[in-house]
Structures are given as structure tokens and as C-alpha cells.
Design a protein around this ligand. Sequence first.
Ligand SMILES: [Fe+2]
Length: 346
Amino acid sequence: MPISDYQLVEAWKQVLTLSRLEPGQTVTILTGAATHPQTLACALIATQSMGAVVNRLDLPPVNGEKALSRDALAHLGETPLTGNRAAIAALKASDLVLDLMTLLFSPEQHDILASGTKILLAVEPPEVMVRMTPTPDDRTRVLAAAKRIEASREMRVTSKAGTDLTCPMGEFPAIAEYGFVDEPGRWDHWPSGFTLTFPNEGGANGRIVIDRGDILLPQKSYCGEPIVLTVEAGYARKIEGGVDADLLREYMETFDDPEAYAISHIGWGLQKRAHWSTLGLYDREATLGMDARAFDGNFLFSLGPNNEGGGKRTTACHIDIPLRRCTVSLDGVDVVRDGRTVENEK
Ligand SMILES: [Fe+2]
């Protein structure tokens, strides 16, 4: 169902207040060919009503001829900011950038964040954003989970379906995505609600079974039959199964890049207002699939780059895979048990 402009303006105000927007600060709203008009209109009203100096910067799309789908996270690499000094200068001069375009992780984004500018990505359908308008409690839970990653040196993931993956950790920081940007230089994504890190370079080993009902992104499909990934020294060396495995393997082969097969981020969802079943209700092009990434208790892992965590590996290929019914343990202590988050347990 649609939501009213009033509801979305109020949601924006909540997010902007949590992001500590002050009167007189400069907000630049970054837009592109796929920006949702209601999201933009309501962002303009909310930022102006809070006394901000507001700009809109509209950039042309890139990569459309290379990407095999319209999903903004399916193809990483060059962005509309690559080589665009004027746009970068405008964004660096802003206190807050509302990214309604999907800038993606890129050297330019890191550069802008390093200048102290905050960036908030917001591209999901308006009703999804309103349902998952972030709260201080989201921040508390996600930060507590991130702290548990920071304090641990090994993540082990098991499932009755046959997953048994071991990832040494510590080389890369824990990242907390809770949906707003309350510190200078912070990037976040509304909606979200999960924590993640990256395995030590070359360190992930074991087996991942993507079971029936688990989700593949950007395919935005529920797996119909198990896919088995054999993980050795940080890379998925084999992708085996039936038609779903063939589809995943053939898609990844189109990138012709060995780095596509690296285990990228690993973590788990903590957002109770996100749901496993939601993806089945939407047209594929209507959503990025943040419900699928964030629903409480999923083990979310990725194949692809680790530069977003400070690593050196880049690749245009990026696959996110949320698994249900896993047990995730950190140094032997469960943080997710059979697909349910375990909190406040000694
Ligand atoms: Fe990802």
C-alpha cells in the first residue's frame, strides 16, 4: 500500500533528527534516473523544515551497458562520481548527503566520508522505509552486536542443512548498519539493521549450503534446491547443485573475475521489522531487498570485494546471500541459534 507524504516527511524528520541535523547545516540530496519521486519530495520538505541549506545534485547513470540487471548493487565499480571533481567538491562541502541514487562503495565515497561528510543511502520503496524507520533501540542492538564481533577472533556458522564455515576475524573492523548517521564521516543505509565484518584475507574455510528458501541477491529469488559452496582459503572454489547453482555460477562467470568468488562480508540481521517473506511480494526492480538482508537472525554473507571494509580486493561482482536457520557463534558463543538472535545471554 502507498503511504502518505505526511508519513514519509515525519519518517525523514525522525531519521534526520537521529542523524543530528542542525539548522544551518548543508544537505545535498543526490539523485539519479531511478530516484523515487515521493522519497525526493519528502526529503526536500523535511530537510527544509529543519532549517537546513538544501541542494539537489542529479547525476546521470553509469554501468547500465555492463550490468546484467537494473539492480543498483549488482554491478560495482565506476560511479557517476568517478573523475567528477565538481560533484565531489559539492558533496565534501556538505554536512550531510542523502543518497537517493545509490552511490555504492567507491574510492570517491571513501574520500567524501573522510572529509567528515555523512552519507545516508535511502532508495527502498517509501512504505518499506517508513515501516523500518530507524530508532535509537536499533542502534543499541546493532552496536552491541558489532562489539561482540570486535571482541572475537573467529566466526563459525553451522546449519542442519549442512553449512559449516569457519572464518578467522580481526583484520577488518566490525561495521554496524542501523539506519542513520549520527557521527561525522559515517555512512549508513535506511533501512537496515545488521552487523558485519570480513574474514581475514584468505582465511575462510568450510562449506556453505544455501538451502531451499534462502535468498540470492541481486537475483532476488528464493532458492528452490540446495546450492553447495566449497570454501577454501577465502574463496568459493566450487558451486554445486541443480538449476539454481547453474544460474548462480553462470551469472558469476560473466564477470570473468576470480575475485568475484571471494568470501566478502559476514554477519547477521537484527531488524525485527524486516521479514524473510517480503521479497516475494515485490517486483524485483521495485526493491533492493533490504528486508532480506536485515531480517532478524539471518546469517548474511557475501561474495565479492572487501574494499568496503578496508581490504584491497575489488570486483564488480557482488552477491549477497541471507541464510535462514543457521547458528552463528563467535569464539564458541552463539549470537544466532537456529536462525534466532541470541542476546543478553551469558
Ligand atoms: Fe553486500
